[in-house]
Design a protein around this ligand. Structure first.
Ligand code: ADP
Ligand code: NA
Length: 332
């Protein structure tokens, strides 16, 4: 049996959004100190699958670390580190490139979305990235991966890689990792039309809430968020076919640890003129203390670097023996 262990990561490819907070970081904090060992990563090697200006990458890497710490990831309860500082990720990633099949990678919808028409001009790393993600997870024999819905297919690929490795080498070495995708926050959408996920990169700044946005910005963005003329319905079914409305209800529910049902019950019949300011106030109440704490960490980069270096040493202590054993199984 495998130790119950959680692994997850965030790319330093821009500023953190409310989607990253609700879909990832907040849930990571909730899983801390319970039945699982928790390992959280700044996945810098994934960030460079698309061009990153070196200065921006350096800044964003510290900012994601600050976002984790400010939100309550406790380095005494969780292992927190930068992916590139633990070489087992890259080494196991290569081995998994040799396990994964080209046909599997061709089915990854996120690659198709990101590459678009230009699939010949993107990096090889962008194509192979799900195999590196499998290595991130399996280097720790992680049993559970909390992710947003956009990552479901990649965790399934991780299971396929583990199964093929176990089958080909006749071992029971890698676990079948379970994706943990639950709650109203699994899909936070943009504020333009509620049909594309809120993301760090691409899209305009008005379409996303950043973890570092101030109260005015948050209020302005929710006020401008697209909605239909109907307000909050009497029942949940009243959100069907209304992606923008559903998204705002989802965000409220996730911020306040409520179900969508409870939000609809509380605001039944309310117009947007009432709901949007309430949502903005709630978001400010939850994000402002985190944003202040993030800035405090960003003002002391040496402290961030010290915490991340300690985390990397702890991560290595788990990943290196698993990598060694993998080499051993493969006959190196
Ligand atoms: P981004 O897409 O913003 O660059 P990442 O790819 O670094 O974010 O994802 C980090 C984590 O945040 C993943 O678990 C991902 O599923 C989650 N996540 C990102 N955006 C959203 C969103 N809009 N809604 C829910 N979860 C999200
Ligand atoms: Na993503």
């Amino acid at each position: 049996a495998f130790t119950p262990r959680v692994f997850s990561g965030i790319k330093p490819s821009g500023g953190l959004t409310l989607g990253n907070y609700l879909g990832a970081i907040k849930r990571f904090v909730d899983m801390q100190g319970g039945e699982f060992e928790t390992i959280y990563c700044v996945v810098d090697m994934h960030a460079v699958t698309v061009w990153q200006d070196p200065k921006d990458l350096h800044h964003a890497t510290r900012e994601v670390a600050a976002g984790y710490l400010a939100s309550g990831i406790d380095p005494d309860k969780s292992i927190l580190f930068n992916q590139s500082r633990v070489s087992a990720h890259a080494e196991l990633g290569w081995l998994f490139n040799c396990v994964a099949r080209v046909g599997w990678m061709n089915r990854m919808t996120q690659f198709k979305d990101k590459a678009g028409e230009n699939s010949e001009g993107v990096s090889l790393g962008l194509y192979a990235y799900p195999a590196l993600m499998a290595a991130d997870i399996l280097a720790y024999h992680a049993t559970h991966v909390p992710v947003g819905e956009d990552q479901k297919q990649h965790v399934e690929l991780t299971r396929d890689i583990a199964n093929k490795f176990n089958h080909d080498y006749k071992v029971d070495f890698f676990p079948e990792t379970i994706p943990v995708i639950e709650g109203p926050a699994m899909r936070v959408m943009n504020l333009r039309d509620g049909t594309k996920k809120m993301s760090k990169s691409g899209e305009s700044d008005m379409e996303r809430i950043n973890m570092t946005d101030d109260a005015d910005k948050i209020a302005k963005k929710f006020k401008k968020a697209k909605t239909d003329p109907d307000g909050i319905p009497e029942t949940l079914e009243g959100l069907d076919g209304r992606p923008e409305a559903r998204n705002l209800v989802n965000i409220y529910a996730a911020l306040n640890d409520m179900t969508n049902e409870a939000v609809v019950a509380e605001y039944a019949g309310a117009g947007w003129g009432k709901f949007k300011p309430a949502l903005a106030d709630l978001a400010v109440e939850k994000l402002a203390p985190i944003s202040i704490e993030m800035q405090r960490f960003m003002d002391d980069p040496a402290e961030i670097d010290r915490i991340m270096a300690k985390g990397a040493a702890k991560a290595k202590a788990i990943a290196d023996p698993i990598l060694d054993k993998t080499f051993d199984i493969m006959g190196f």
